[in-house]
Write a protein that binds this ligand. Sequence first.
Ligand code: FAD
Length: 275
Amino acid sequence: MPTPISFEFYPPKTDEQRAQLDKTAAKLKSQKPEYVSCTFGAGGSTLSYTPETVERLHREHGLDAAPHLSCVGGTREELGELLERYKAMGCRRIVALRGDLPSGMGHTGDFRYATELVEFIRREHDGYFHIEVGCYPECHPQSDDALADLRHFKAKVDAGADGAITQYFYNADAYFRFVDDARKLGVDIPIVPGIMPISNFSQLRRFSDACGAEIPRWIGKRMQAYGDDVEAIRDFAADFVADMCRRLIDGGAPGLHFYTLNLTKPTLSVLARIR
Ligand code: FAD
C-alpha cells in the first residue's frame, strides 16, 4: 500500500488567494490525499476564514478536511462553538495546537498548553474527533530542554491525542531519534513527518529561524551558489526533499504531511520523484 499523504493549506482571505487555493486543491486532489488540513491563526485571527475554508475544501473539492484549532488566546466557549460547527460540517479530524499569540496580544485565554485543549476535546466530544497534535524532532523553539519537550509531547498523548504531525525538518536522523525516544517513553501513536518542500529559500530561512527548524549548512551553501538560477534551485530542492522522504518511508514513517503554502508545484515536484 502506498504511504498515506496529507496536505496542509492556510485559509485564504482575498478572492485572489481563494482562486489560488482552488487551483492548488484541485491539482493536489489527484494525488489522493488521505485528508487535507487548514491552519488556524491563534487568538482568533482566522476565526471565520478557517471554518469557511474547511467547508469549501469539503463541499467544493470533496476533500476530507481537518481544521487546525489553536487554543491560546481563546476561551472555552469560543473553541466549544467552533468544535460544534465542525461537527455539524461532518469533520472527524482536528489538529489541536497551542498556537503562538500575535505580538502585542496580551490575552492568553482559558488554555495555556495544547494538552489542555486535547483534554477539553476529549471531555466534550469523547471519541468523536480523531485528534492530531504537533511535535518537534528538533525541539520546540521555546524549549531549551529536549527531554522536557518530549515529556510535554507525551502528556498530549496521555491526554488523548490519536496521532502527531511533526514540525518540518531537513534532517531525517532527528526524526528517527525523536520517534525512538518517544517510543521508549511509551508513546505508541503514529508520528507523521511534516515535509516542507522548498519554493522560496529566503522566506524559508526566516520561517525556519522562527519555528526552530534547522537548515543544514551545506544546503544553504548550495542554494547560495545557485544564485539567481531559479530552475537549478528548484531541482536541487525537490531532489533533496524527495531523497529525505524516501529515507523516511524506508525507515518506517507512517505517512507524509506536506506543508503546501497553498502552492502546487513544490509539493508535486517532490511527489513526482518519490512515486
Ligand atoms: P504545546 O504542545 O502546548 O507546547 C508549547 C511549548 O510549551 C513547548 O515548548 C512545550 O515543551 C511547552 N510545554 C507544554 N506543556 C508544558 C507544561 N505543562 N509546562 C511547561 N511547558 C510546557 N500554529 C498556529 O497558530 N496555527 C496553526 O494552524 C498551526 N499549525 C501547526 C501544525 C503543526 C503540525 C505544527 C507542528 C505546528 C503548528 N503550529 C500552528 C505552530 C504551533 O502552534 C507552535 O509551534 C506553538 O508554539 C506550539 O504549539 P503546540 O501545540 O506544539 O504547543
